[in-house]
Design a protein around this ligand. Structure first.
Ligand SMILES: Cc1ncc(COP(=O)(O)O)c(C=O)c1O
Length: 374
């Protein structure tokens, strides 16, 4: 059997990781400013993470959601405290798309409506509803194209107010900071007006913090810069540092109903152990503060480079927009300077290193980057 060939691959076989570095099969070391697509939060192969998962898999790897799982309860308690949403409830699944899928279902169960507002350039995943609210016709299959969604320009307060005033919008889904869309930030004014309109018209506000959350922006959630509280928050990526996991944080507005949501693998013992290890390390090493500090340094230094048209972002979620396509530049950065970065569209390089990225590693990146910028 062959692999179903949907990924355009770099010709590199990564076999080992440690901290903010990865190694290929030939022993070549790379600086990781991609984090496997914003997934690695506490660094590769962190000893505490390795120890906790190894211990758990030797004790109990999995049992079903039909019995008590104390690890889920511990995670809910710890996460509530650290993210500032103590009074919200936690539902655990396995990926970001699943988190958004469940968030949209909950919203629709809650108000009985079916229309959703999303934004231009939004990305929310590839399952049926998650992909329908994603603003990319190339990945929406005809079977997913069910007319539930209106896409609006980000930060257009008037357009948003007009749409929500129709009174039939089930939910608005918005990223804390748009990731795939090229690191686009919602403004404070827009987010506050959105919160107001959602409340006024009985629309559920869903914040997709799958890429921008879990400390990446320098706060636990990016929307915490905007001074709003969503009704539902979705997370994934960094929650398990590579262990597949997603979560929905649900406000007290919603009442749980037995059987309404469910999953076989979600919140299993290994996933919860990974997530608890991540929270331990985030707290012990103060990684949210580190993301803010190192991110500020990088943003300041990158804004000094005249070759870049615009630098956008917060914390360790940074977009570098160029006048010209960046394909060659990014390839040289990888092949000549051994630096992994992300991309968005044709002209934006995305930096998404582990939250443990140090000042020294940031300086090293800037040195290597300047060599390919010329
Ligand atoms: C903002 C956002 N939402 C949802 C997703 C989908 O997550 P997953 O690939 O885990 O389904 C992604 C993945 O890149 C994302 O960036």
């Amino acid at each position: 059997m062959k692999l179903f060939d949907v990924y355009p691959l770099f010709d590199i076989n990564i076999v080992k990781g440690k901290g903010c570095h990865v190694w290929d099969e030939h022993g070549t070391e790379y600086l990781d400013l991609y984090g496997g697509h914003a997934v690695i939060s506490i660094g590769h192969a962190h000893p505490h993470y390795v120890e906790m998962i190894s211990r758990q898999v030797g004790t109990l790897g999995f049992y079903s959601n039909s019995v008590i799982n104390r690890l889920q309860q511990q995670l809910a308690e710890r996460l509530g405290k650290v993210c500032g949403y103590d009074d919200y409830a936690l539902f655990l699944i396995n990926s970001g798309a699943e988190a958004n899928e469940n968030a949209l279902k909950l919203a629709s169960f809650y108000n009985g409506r079916t229309r959703v507002v999303s934004f231009n350039k939004a990305f929310h995943g590839r399952t049926s509803l998650a992909v329908e609210v994603t603003n990319n016709p190339k990945i929406i299959a005809p079977i997913n194209d069910n007319g539930h969604v209106t896409y609006l320009p980000l930060n257009d307060i008037e357009a948003m107010r007009t749409e929500l005033a129709k009174g039939d919008v089930c939910a608005v889904i918005i990223e804390g900071i748009q990731g795939v869309g090229g690191i686009q930030l919602p403004t404070d004014e827009f987010m506050q007006a959105l919160r107001e309109s959602c409340t006024a018209h009985g629309t559920v506000l869903i914040l997709d913090e799958i890429q921008s959350g879990y400390g990446r922006s320098g706060r636990f959630f990016a929307h915490q810069y905007n001074g709003v509280k969503p009704d539902i928050i979705t997370v994934a990526k960094g929650i398990g540092n590579g262990f597949p996991m997603g979560a929905v944080l649900i406000s007290p507005l919603f009442t749980p109903v037995y059987g309404q949501l469910g999953t076989t693998f979600g919140g299993n013992h290994l996933a919860c152990t990974a997530a608890l290890a991540v929270l331990d390390v985030m707290e012990q090493e103060q990684l949210v503060d580190n993301a803010a500090r190192v991110g500020d340094f990088l943003l300041t230094e990158l804004k000094k480079l005249p070759q870049i048209k615009e630098v956008r972002g917060r914390g360790l979620m940074i977009g570098l927009e160029f006048e010209q396509p960046i394909k060659e530049l990014r390839l040289r950065l990888l092949k000549e300077q051994h630096v992994f970065t992300g991309v968005s569209g044709t002209n934006v390089i995305r930096l998404l290193p582990p939250l443990s990225f140090s000042m020294e590693e940031a300086s090293e990146f800037l040195r290597r980057f300047q060599k390919v910028l010329g």
